[in-house]
Each structure stands twice: as structure tokens, then as C-alpha cells.
Write a protein that binds this ligand. Structure first.
Ligand code: GLC
Length: 656
């Protein structure tokens, strides 16, 4: 009897351990699978024992549930059970998500700076009708979402980012009817329309501000008002603290009529709204609803980091050691004026509001290099916030060519992907209306390669108008300078700060003013290179940046780019590369020569991953005219010729 009991016990134990180890291995195989940024999870056909960690459990010491001083099986099952439940709920979540990928993950976002896209009214400044008339171009380009920089009523001190009526169209751009026509037309073409939403400040011409100055309720506290700290030697009032404007100089402006200072994070003509006022919060929600009812598909939230300041206005911000210019925004550490925790609560309310409408996109402008701050703006599974904060790492890190190497690019790309919260989605941005054009920052030779990176990495690409044809910065004389930021630095330094060079008219063809306008002058000069750098010429050319872009946009529709995994097999000083792969799909290797000379790369020698000896060229940079790398041809991966700054998309043979 005793022996039978013993044998049964031993058998039971053996069976139990077998089941236990199998389960542990299975569970760990779920947790440690290959890198998959964002939502898609597809497994590679690699044996589980190659890719997983085996956990050895010593049952006596794992966990003592019966409290007799020795670990036991009950405890082992408890531990397994918890892990199993977690894993099942994980897998459920992932399956649920896999069902339908949101449109904003599948499409390319194209940013239009409306003043500069197309003027069909002969005013020298672009407008809504011009944009609508280019719907064919946008569709043929392959973009799916158009984000419009502000078109609201504005005195144009900051070219539309100073809004005097959040629910009206500025006559410079057109009228509400033309806006509605734009939305209808774009929707008919399957294009989405995203608006700029500028909640942090209004114009000083806004009715709210005018009434706030007069202390008319409910507007009295719509802005941030503070008493002076006294007067200086010349009798001028002293601001309450040392806070600085992003645009340089004190962030406080004295208002004689109210006898108080008001706070402005940007221009004095852009007073900051007071988000501690419930009424202000409600006003801004009403604005969002207004545009949602007009059928817009989402918003880009401007300057969200600046939404709140601490309540105690006597606090000075600490100085950054070594900063030379005390007027310069960078000379202070903005601990009291940026990224306050209250901001996320307001963002959550906006998210909630947008979610009352089907399928809306919420993206936020968070200008910081602190990766943990950036990631907060995604929210999490329980409190989702923005669909994504713009990823400005490629702007920040690609200020010029001097540091560009394969390793450097890998770091920049990895920083975002490696920190992405579970289930969240990346974005990629090469330029916008606030920085110099990427082609001028790093070199024209890299235009196609960077578009390859932007469009083929996992995440949503954002393209600034003109990037598809490689538009470059335009020299603007001091006399022609319009940007208030440039103007504030004076004739000596304006070129370091002015944003005008990247805001010049879109180059459509080689006719007068690049086909942008029939007027006798345009609001900013056209880049003299328009004779050769223009849409019409690039459509006619055998190979062009525009054609590469169009082909990339088509290629990006392949599920491997929308849902596949990514690895970085070859990273050297000269080479940046990434591999996109997915079961039952084509696998693509994108290779970029970051150097300024031609190279013959031995990808096989430098790869950390096994690669085939040959691959087929799908797409290459315009600069590469070699017979041997024509699209459709097979090329040897141990001797791959690449011109300076060239990018190449290669299709790996099936079975890899
Ligand atoms: C954002 C905009 C910028 C504007 C500023 C103030 O950073 O991108 O163009 O000047 O906000 O609204």
C-alpha cells in the first residue's frame, strides 16, 4: 500500500514537473520574442529553444505556500497561475488590437503650411482654394492625411499661431465655405484632414483678451496676470519672476490699462491662456467640438508642454550653468513653466472628447529631448493620451552632416523605438515649419535615403510640404524677413533663428514664382533653384526625388511595413540599415550610405544577422545611375556599391 502510494506520488511529481517546465518555457517564449515595435506581433519561424530563456526552478526554494519552511507544489502552481493569467490577457489584448489597424497608422501625414502651398487668387499668399485644387497631386503622391498649419482668424504676428477667433477662417486663407469644400473634396478622395489646434495662447486681439484687460467677467482670469514686484531705477515695473519667452526676452508684458503684467510664452501678442480656469478649459473643448462637427479627422496640438505654469509666480527658474545670453530661452531650466503634471489631465480630457467621435487622431507637439517626458504623452493602456507625440529626434539629431554615421542614426532611431510604451506607435519627422529644411541641413544627396527611412520604418511618417522634391532653404535678406523670431534677433543674428527659409512657396514648375502665384510678388521669395527643383520637372524626369517618394508610398502599403518587425543588421560608421520582416510576407532590407563618398559595402561581413548572398534592388536613390544596381537586378550583398548618401531598398529572396 505504502509502496503504491509512493510510486503514484513519484509519478505524479514527474508528470507535474514535465507540465510545469513545458508551461514555463511556453510562457517565456511569449515574453521574450523578437523585437516588435508598436503593435504588430508576428513570430519568426525559429525554434523556441534558440530564442528563449530556460528557467530552472528549485521547488524547495521557490515559494512556501503551506508555511512549513520549504517551497511546495501548491506555491509553484500559484506562481505559474499568475504568470499564465497575465500572459493570456496579454495575448488577448494583442489579438484584439490586431483586428483593425487605425487609419493614422496606415497613412502618411503631409504637413501643409497654407500660406505657401498654392495661391489661386493672385494675392501672393496661399489659401484653401489652392490646397483643394491640389487634391490630385496629394493623392498621386500617395499621402493619406493632410495636416493644415493654422488657418484661423489671426493678426498674423506669428503667422496664424496667434489666433483672434478659434472658430473662424482668416480671410487671407479663404472662408468657411471654402474650408467645408476642402474637407468634402478631400474625403471624397479618401484623404483625411487634420487641423492645428493652438490651445496654449490666443492673440492679444482676441475678444477674450480685450475683455480680460478690462477685467470683464468671466474673462478676468482667462489669462495669467500678475502684479509687478516694484519698480526699477527708471520707474518701470519689475516682472514677478525671471521667466523667459521661447522667442527671447522676458515672458512678462506690462499692461498699462490693467496695471498688471501678463504672461506670454511666445510673443507679447500671444498671451498665454490660463488653464487653471475651468471656463478656459471648457472654451477650448468647445473649439475642438466645433471642428469635429465640421468633419475634421483629428488635431495636431501646438506647444502642449507650455500649457501650465506653477501657481506660485514668485518662483524664479534656475539658470543653466555656462549660458552666455541671459535673454535666451535656453539660459534657464524650465522647471516651473513646462511639462507640469496638470497638462496630462487636460490632454486626457481632450482624448476623451475625441473618442466620442469615431476614429479621431490626436498628435501632440512636445519639443524636448527628454525621452521619458516624451513617452508620457502617449499615456498607457488604461489612460490613453495622444496617439503619438511627434518624434523630433531626427530633427534634433540631424541638424547638420557633421556627426552623421550609421551608428549615430541607429542611436537616434533606437532611442524612440526602444522606449516606446507597450502597444504604442512611433512617428517619424524630418522637418517642419519651425526648422531648416532637411535637404539643407544634411545634404541633398541624402534626400531619398531619408525619405526611405521616414516612410519605411515602423510608425507614421510625417512629410513637410516640398520634402518630396527635396526643397531647400531659401536665403531671405534681413529686409525680406517676416518671421517674428528672426526679427527679434536683429540683422546680425536673424539667420540663425529665422524660420522663413523653410517656409517659402512650394515649387510647382519653372514658370513665374514657381507656379505658386500670379501676383506681382509673393509673401516670401521663391527659392531661385525652382527652375530645376520643381514638381513638373520631377514628374517628367526619368528618375527624381518625387518618383522615389511615390514609389515608397506605394511600397509602404505592403503589410510588412505596416505591421512587420524591425531589426538593424548592419550598422557601421558608413552604413545604416534596417530589415523589415513578417511571416508570409516579403522581407526588405533598407541600406543607407551615411558618408559623403561612394562605398562598396560588405554587408555580409558586417551583419550581426545571417543574410543571403544576393538580394534584388527595388528602389535606389536618384543619384545612383549605375547599370549594375538598376531596380529589378540582383546585387551581391558582399559588394554593394552605394553613392554618397544613397539609400537602397532590397528585396530578400523568399525563405529568409
Ligand atoms: C509651435 C509652432 C510654432 C509657433 C509656436 C507658438 O511651436 O510650431 O510655429 O511659433 O508654437 O504658437
Amino acid at each position: 500500500m505504502g509502496r503504491t502510494a509512493n510510486t503514484t506520488g513519484i509519478l505524479f511529481l514527474l508528470l507535474f514537473f514535465m507540465a510545469f517546465f513545458t508551461t514555463i518555457i511556453y510562457l517565456f517564449s511569449r515574453s521574450f520574442r523578437s523585437e516588435a515595435p508598436g503593435e504588430p506581433i508576428e513570430e519568426l519561424a525559429v525554434p523556441f529553444w534558440k530564442t528563449n530563456i530556460i528557467l530552472q526552478v528549485y521547488p524547495r526554494s521557490l515559494y512556501d505556500a503551506i508555511t512549513d519552511g520549504t517551497g511546495d507544489l501548491v506555491a509553484v502552481s500559484v506562481v505559474m497561475d499568475v504568470r499564465l493569467k497575465r500572459s493570456l490577457s496579454d495575448s488577448h489584448r494583442k489579438t484584439a488590437k490586431r483586428k483593425k489597424q487605425p487609419w493614422w497608422q496606415r497613412e502618411i501625414i503631409y504637413q501643409i503650411y497654407p500660406r505657401s502651398f498654392l495661391d489661386v487668387k493672385g494675392k501672393g499668399t496661399g489659401g484653401l482654394k489652392g490646397i483643394t485644387s491640389k487634391v490630385d497631386y496629394l493623392r498621386d503622391l500617395g499621402v493619406g492625411v493632410v495636416w493644415l498649419s493654422p488657418i484661423y482668424a489671426s493678426p498674423m504676428k506669428d503667422f496664424g499661431y496667434d489666433i483672434s477667433n478659434f472658430t473662424a477662417i482668416d480671410p487671407i486663407f479663404g472662408n468657411m465655405e471654402e474650408f467645408e469644400e476642402l474637407v468634402t473634396t478631400f474625403h471624397q478622395y479618401g484623404l483625411k484632414v487634420v487641423m492645428d489646434f493652438v490651445p496654449n495662447h490666443s492673440s492679444d486681439q482676441h475678444e477674450w483678451f480685450v475683455k480680460s484687460v478690462k477685467q470683464e467677467d468671466p474673462y478676468t482670469d482667462y489669462y495669467i496676470w500678475a502684479n509687478s514686484k516694484g519698480t526699477d531705477d527708471s520707474g518701470s515695473p519689475i516682472p514677478p519672476n525671471n521667466w523667459l519667452s521661447v522667442f527671447r526676452g522676458s515672458a512678462w508684458e506690462w499692461n498699462e490699462e490693467r496695471g498688471q503684467f501678463y504672461y506670454h510664452q511666445f510673443l507679447a501678442e500671444q498671451p498665454d491662456l490660463n488653464f487653471r480656469s475651468q471656463a478656459v478649459k471648457e472654451e477650448m473643448k468647445t473649439v475642438l467640438k466645433f471642428w469635429l462637427e465640421k468633419g475634421v479627422d483629428g488635431f495636431r496640438v501646438d506647444a502642449i508642454l507650455h500649457l501650465f505654469e506653477v501657481e506660485d509666480l514668485s518662483l524664479d527658474e534656475p539658470e543653466v550653468p555656462g549660458s552666455e545670453n541671459p535673454e535666451d530661452y535656453a539660459s534657464l531650466d524650465h522647471i516651473y513653466t513646462t511639462d507640469l503634471p496638470e497638462t496630462l489631465n487636460v490632454l486626457q480630457e481632450w482624448r476623451h472628447l475625441l473618442d466620442q467621435y469615431p476614429d479621431k487622431l490626436l498628435m501632440v507637439e512636445v519639443y524636448t529631448d527628454k525621452i521619458d517626458v516624451l513617452m508620457k504623452y502617449y499615456g498607457n493602456e488604461t489612460i490613453p493620451l495622444a496617439d503619438f507625440p511627434f518624434n523630433f529626434l531626427l530633427i534634433e539629431r540631424l541638424k547638420d552632416r557633421s556627426q552623421l554615421t550609421g551608428e549615430y542614426l541607429r542611436d537616434a532611431v533606437g532611442l524612440w523605438l526602444d522606449n516606446l510604451p507597450d502597444g504604442k506607435w512611433a512617428s517619424w519627422v524630418l522637418g517642419n515649419h519651425d526648422v531648416g529644411r532637411v535637404s539643407s541641413r544634411v545634404g541633398e544627396d541624402l534626400v531619398d535615403a531619408l525619405n526611405m527611412l521616414n516612410l519605411l520604418l515602423p510608425g507614421t511618417p510625417v512629410t513637410y510640404y516640398g520634402e518630396e522634391i527635396g526643397m531647400q532653404n531659401t536665403f531671405i535678406s534681413w529686409e525680406d524677413t517676416q518671421d517674428p523670431l528672426g526679427c527679434r534677433w536683429g540683422p546680425e543674428h536673424y539667420q540663425e533663428y529665422s524660420r522663413d527659409p523653410a517656409r517659402t512657396p512650394m515649387q510647382w514648375d519653372n514658370s513665374n514664382f514657381a507656379g505658386f502665384s500670379d501676383a506681382s510678388e509673393t509673401w516670401l521669395p521663391v527659392n531661385p533653384n525652382y527652375k530645376t527643383v520643381n514638381v513638373a520637372a520631377q514628374i517628367m524626369a526619368q528618375a527624381s526625388h518625387l518618383k522615389v517618394y511615390q514609389e515608397l508610398a506605394v511600397l509602404r502599403k505592403d503589410e510588412v511595413f505596416l505591421k512587420g518587425n524591425v531589426t538593424f543588421p548592419i550598422i557601421t560608421e558608413d552604413i545604416f540599415s534596417f530589415l523589415r520582416f513578417l511571416d508570409n510576407s516579403n522581407w526588405y532590407l533598407v541600406v543607407i550610405n551615411t558618408s559623403q563618398r561612394s562605398v562598396e559595402a560588405n554587408l555580409l561581413q558586417d551583419s550581426i544577422q545571417e543574410l543571403p548572398h544576393k538580394a534584388t534592388v527595388v528602389l535606389r536613390s536618384t543619384s545612383d545611375t549605375s547599370e549594375s544596381t538598376q531596380p529589378g537586378l540582383e546585387v551581391p550583398l558582399d559588394k554593394l556599391p552605394l553613392t554618397s548618401g544613397e539609400g537602397m531598398v532590397l528585396l530578400l529572396p523568399p525563405g529568409n
